[in-house]
Design a protein around this ligand. Structure first.
Ligand code: OAD
Length: 238
């Protein structure tokens, strides 16, 4: 059996990446599990710029349904444990999420980047301003800032560039611990973050089952996020 890694110094820099698996136990559907969103919808129909040009009503309906769904879910023990870690950790901390739900925000995470956008925001197709958008959106929705531009969901679709990549890669280059939680490793660039860390960085995957890129991590733990994440946080805060 391999020896456990040495404890991290308290000034260690942490980058945590989360995916749909961390919100699954809150009742938010994942993408690629048995009853996942991409089993019920073709992503080419609802999650690409071409889909939005072809059938904006369908795309709006898809995101309206998901936006409404947020009202029925709550952050879980894994979201809350990451807030506890951020609050107590003396070193640098960055939470990068691929999730477009607001569960990390509602739990209280602050050093947080939504690299795939946010369901509760909209973006003007005219002036490009991003605004809070808690309700339904449709083809008649207009930008509250310029008053004329049509709106789209503030979601990064396939073939579009994720948000915040510069600060994310800077943090990855200098981090001492990289943890990926509840992500299947199917979607780049997030799936490649584990390869972008420096040579001395410890890497750890927490997932229900090994992800597609599990072998790139030094350590992988299998189980539910609501159990594994609080246990890891307790371990790190020692
Ligand atoms: P996926 O649906 O691809 O993967 C979810 C992962 O979470 C799987 O590996 C599951 O095994 C794991 N999982 C499920 N329940 C869990 C639990 N209770 N505890 C721990 N792990 C659990 O979701 P993502 O990897 O987040 O992008 O998907 C990445 C991107 O693909 C999404 O952000 C979205 C999607 O297309 C865009 O929409 C741009």
């Amino acid at each position: 059996m391999s020896r456990p890694p040495p404890p991290l110094p308290r000034e260690a820099r942490l980058v945590i990446l989360t995916g749909a698996g961390i919100s699954a136990e809150s009742g938010v559907r994942t993408f690629r599990d048995g009853d996942g969103l991409w089993e019920r919808h073709r992503l080419e129909d609802v999650a690409t710029p071409e889909a939005f040009r072809r059938d904006p009503d369908l795309v709006h309906r898809f995101y309206n349904e998901r936006r409404r769904g947020l009202a029925t879910v709550e952050p879980n023990a894994a979201h809350r444990a990451l807030v506890q870690l951020e609050a107590a950790w003396p070193g640098e901390f960055l939470l990068v999420t691929q999730n477009v739900d607001d569960l990390h925000d509602r739990a209280g995470s602050r050093q947080l980047l939504h690299m795939h956008g946010e369901l509760l925001k909209g973006r003007c197709l005219g002036c490009r301003t991003v605004v809070d958008w808690p309700g339904d959106m449709d083809c008649d929705s207009r930008c509250p800032v310029c008053a004329t531009g049509a709106m789209r969901p503030h979601i990064v679709w396939f073939h579009e560039l994720p948000l915040g990549l510069d600060p994310i890669y800077e943090a990855l280059e200098r981090c001492d611990l990289f943890v990926a939680i509840g992500t299947s490793g199917h979607v780049h660039p997030a799936a490649g973050f584990v390869e972008a860390v420096g040579p001395r960085c410890r890497t750890l995957e927490l997932n229900l089952e090994p992800s597609r890129v599990a072998s790139a991590f030094q350590e992988a733990r299998s189980g539910r996020a609501t159990e594994l994440v609080p246990a890891l946080v307790a371990e790190l805060l020692g």
